[in-house]
Design a binder for this molecule. Structure first.
Ligand code: AMP
Length: 415
């Protein structure tokens, strides 16, 4: 199978790493990729948001499967263009990707499907926003309706700050605050059959102890030893399958990866958000534990044959990933700094490895930082404590001027 992956972050590096280890994959390409991905796949320049360009590249490469990583190309309809060219694609249509691209649309689908989520109002004026804020009271939750790379959500007890965010956006969803721990649960679907993966937890805040601004994600781990038994089955029954069925019923079937961001509240499990693609950094730990070769699973989603797939096989152990971000992330990341120690960080037995996010090669072949999140240092172990220990030991060997990371990823869960 010749596979083309679209994207260039650590999620795509994790996807490419798994695909490169799948004996069914004979050729692996990635566009645009990054310096790390270039070690396992042939990289090509592409405008990720241009469906015609992506489809033309896939045709030229003779791709049997295109995997679209990030949300922006999905919402821009890149999957539609590839599908129209007759090439199987892992990733929802532009219309179905609105499940992530519009918080208001997602709320409407959840209402139709009877999926438990926070009560909410869609507001377009300051007056409406003020009324909604007072209806719920603090802490306030204000979400930009559109795509905002995980940074469009403000959670605050400061009414003025909440109102300021609401008025800065065209359209916002204001909703009730959900307490309780968060879980990310991914499912692969072909629009009918839904195959949940293993749950993970990510760390959205920039600083230790969940302080500081929201980010794209600073680390993740899997499994969740504290999660209630039967959680995956419950979420499949009450969230994932009803959502997929509802989108099917509406004539916008969703195939690809359905990501449910959940809060386990005192009143039960609630959906915080849906995403239409693999989450970053949770993908790094979920794929680290998946034993079933990846290409066949993604191809079955793309071709509507998930019901014929054998049950997924998982590593019984644990995985932890820690993100190294550049100085100034998330507000104003500085880029262009050399990264040292990458080879030294890799464990010879494969239990610790470095996935690249924002990196590029300079003319001399040195790896430079090229984005806010730069690396995702990933490790596996028999339990979370061992995986965590290996991840941080690998991380200590890497140097990036001004680089920042959290020191408490998976700390509480590792016990
Ligand atoms: P989202 O982009 O919707 O995942 O929101 C980013 C983060 O904001 C989530 O991971 C939560 O930590 C927080 N958040 C979003 N919605 C709520 C809510 N209704 N109650 C509490 N926290 C929330």
């Amino acid at each position: 199978m010749k596979v083309l992956v679209i994207g260039g972050g650590a999620r795509e590096h994790a996807l490419c790493r798994s695909l490169s280890q799948d004996p069914a994959v004979t050729e692996l390409h990635c566009a645009p990729g990054n310096a790390g991905i270039a070690q396992v796949a042939t990289v090509h320049p592409v405008d990720q948001l241009d469906g015609a360009q992506v489809a033309a590249l896939a045709r030229r490469l003779g791709s049997d499967l295109v995997v679209v990583g990030p949300e922006a190309p999905l919402v821009a309809g890149v999957s539609d263009a590839v599908r129209a060219a007759g090439i199987p694609v892992f990733g929802p249509s532009g219309e179905a990707a609105l499940l992530e691209g519009s918080k208001a649309f997602a709320k409407d689908v959840m209402a139709g499907a009877g999926v438990p989520t926070a009560r909410s109002y869609v507001c377009t004026t300051a007056e409406e926003a003020a009324e909604a804020l007072d209806a719920f009271g603090p802490p306030y939750v204000v979400k930009d309706d559109g795509l905002a790379a995980g940074k469009g959500v403000v959670v605050t007890s400061d009414r003025e700050a909440a109102l300021a965010h609401a008025t800065a956006c065209d359209r916002v969803v204001i909703e009730e605050y959900l307490d309780g721990p968060e879980v990310s649960l991914f499912a692969i679907t072909d629009g009918t059959t839904v195959l949940p993966l293993q749950p993970a937890q990510d760390f959205k805040r920039a600083l230790d102890g969940d302080e500081g601004p929201n980010t794209g994600g600073m680390g993740a781990y899997s499994p969740l030893p504290w999660a209630p038994e039967g959680l995956v089955e419950e979420v499949l029954e009450t969230v994932l399958q009803p959502t997929v069925d509802e989108l099917h019923r509406r004539g916008t079937p969703f195939s690809g990866l359905l990501y449910a961001g959940l809060a386990l509240t005192s009143r039960g499990t609630r959906v915080i958000e849906f995403n239409a693609r693999f989450g970053d950094p949770e993908t790094q730990v979920v794929l680290a534990r998946l034993r079933t070769p990846l290409a066949g699973v993604l191809h079955a989603s793309a071709t509507g044959t998930l019901d014929q797939l054998e049950p997924l096989r998982w590593d019984e152990g644990a995985a932890v990933t820690v993100v190294i971000a550049s100085e100034g992330y998330p507000a104003a990341p500085r880029t262009g700094d050399p990264i040292e120690g990458l080879a030294e960080a890799e464990a010879a037995d494969g239990t610790a490895y470095v996935l690249h996010a924002g990196t590029k090669l300079d003319e001399d072949g040195r790896v430079l930082s090229a984005g806010g999140r730069v690396l995702s240092v990933t490790a596996t172990g028999t339990g979370l404590a061992e995986a965590r220990d290996r991840a941080y030991r690998a991380l200590d060997r890497i140097s990036l001027k001004g680089g920042q990371h959290r020191t408490d990823i998976a700390l509480k869960a590792a016990g």
